[in-house]
Design a protein around this ligand. Structure first.
Ligand SMILES: [Zn+2]
Length: 414
């Protein structure tokens, strides 16, 4: 055998040689040397999107930091000046959540905000050191002794300065918007923090009696109703409007002396489910079938609160495959509902549920009314019973559907 001669050892022995190589880089200040060598050259600056300081590093961190390190080294070797300042996000729910896990929810809720902040700060600082050691072990070059931490007050000050500049330019306004809310974690959730999984919910069909009759049914003897469909009965106390699909055809079906309005395409299937005969109301010898626009701005009785009225709107998001083609709107609970109402000038938004997911106590619209103090889940069967007693419940069944859940505690969100 005539093998080439080499100074490399026979065995790689990475577990020993790697830490030694990293130590050499550190002792010889390789990062500082490269920075000095390329000083004054064109700059390449990678702005590090910081990780949360909430635990030891995992494979995702490794992927992220090693990729960034490769990019930085490439530009260093091209002769660029490449300062790399790593950072940590020390604020927000991921850290609060860890502290809550440590204390237990009950104790966490009893602890003062100031104390929680102190514990979060301590937790973040500990984990920064833990993660920093992990990143250095991965061989990432950077200014590890001078990282940027969001808990430094100079960053808070910079935030306020930028906010003030935006405010001075008139770019800041105050408004409302429904957000996903976890009543368990007591926090709003971003779309990215939502996990969808199957949930069994009540599915109910309810009569909303119109207070004025739509064009063509002026001479109909009995009451005229919208038949709405919802899977969240707890949103009915805050109902402010119903939405119909623009341009779609709606039919009135006669049942028990009432005219029941539904999407024409879905009405036969609905009637079958309700156990009703499919008998359209006849006007001038023809079935009463009209476009959604006929009902625009027709008012109806709020199903829970006497003396309160809702209004019929047109909205593109209304589904024509399920239910009755008429959905009830709670602009305080749903983004689609909110914007549909806003478009129609409904800005006095009703939101009767507190941070714990319980209805406000009171008798007026805007509170829980008969369901005051109840949790939304607890209220569902009571609301269904209330509607049944009033004779407005057409059908109740259960459906399994995809429902948003909190990524942290896995509870369904509001
Ligand atoms: Zn949660």
């Amino acid at each position: 055998m005539n093998l080439p001669k080499t100074g490399f050892p026979m065995r790689a022995g990475l577990s020993k040689s790697e830490p030694k190589r990293l130590k050499d880089w550190q002792d010889n200040k390789v990062y500082e040397q490269v920075l000095k060598k390329n000083k004054g050259h064109k700059k390449f600056v990678l702005h590090d999107g910081p990780p949360y300081a909430n635990g030891p590093i995992h494979i995702g961190h490794a992927m992220n930091k090693i990729s960034k390190d490769m990019i930085n080294r490439y530009w260093m070797m091209q002769g660029y000046e490449v300062p790399y300042v790593p950072g940590w996000d020390c604020h927000g729910q991921p850290i609060e959540h860890k502290v809550e896990e440590k204390l237990g929810t009950e104790k966490f809720n009893q602890t003062s905000t100031a104390k929680i902040r102190e514990l979060c700060n301590k937790f973040a600082v500990e984990n920064i050191e833990l993660q920093k050691a992990g990143f250095r072990r991965l061989g990432v070059l950077g200014d590890w002794d001078n990282p940027y931490l969001t808990l430094y007050h100079q960053h808070d000050a910079a935030d306020i300065e930028v906010f003030k500049a935006m405010f001075d330019k008139g770019m800041i306004y105050r408004g409302h918007k429904p957000v996903h809310w976890c009543k368990h974690c007591h926090t709003a959730l971003a779309e990215a923090e939502i996990e969808y999984s199957d949930e069994t919910s009540p599915s109910i069909f309810v009569r909303f009696e119109m207070t004025t009759k739509p064009a063509g049914l002026e001479n109909f003897d009995g009451p005229v109703d919208f038949i709405i469909w919802t899977t969240t009965p707890w949103t009915i106390p805050s109902d402010q409007a119903v939405s119909l699909k623009p341009g779609a055809a709606y039919v009135a079906v006669e049942h028990d002396g009432r005219a029941e309005v539904m999407l024409e395409d879905l009405a036969p299937k609905c009637c079958e489910e309700f156990g009703w005969e499919y008998t359209p109301v006849m006007v001038d010898g023809k079935p009463y079938v009209v476009p959604a626009e006929t009902f625009h701005h027709i008012h109806y009785k709020q199903p829970i609160f006497d003396g309160v009225e809702g209004v019929a709107l047109l909205a593109d998001y209304v589904g024509v495959d399920d239910g009755t083609g008429i959905v009830h709107n709670s602009p305080g609970h749903g983004v689609d509902d909110y914007f549909a109402c806003l478009k129609e000038g409904i800005t006095d938004i009703c939101m009767p549920v507190d941070d714990d997911g319980k209805f406000y106590t009171g008798e007026e619209f805007g509170t829980g009314g008969p369901f005051s103090g109840m949790d939304t889940d607890e209220a569902n069967p009571h609301i269904i019973e209330f509607l049944r007693e009033r004779g407005t419940l057409v059908l109740e069944k259960k459906i399994t559907h995809s429902y948003p859940h909190c990524w942290r505690c896995k509870h369904p969100v509001l």
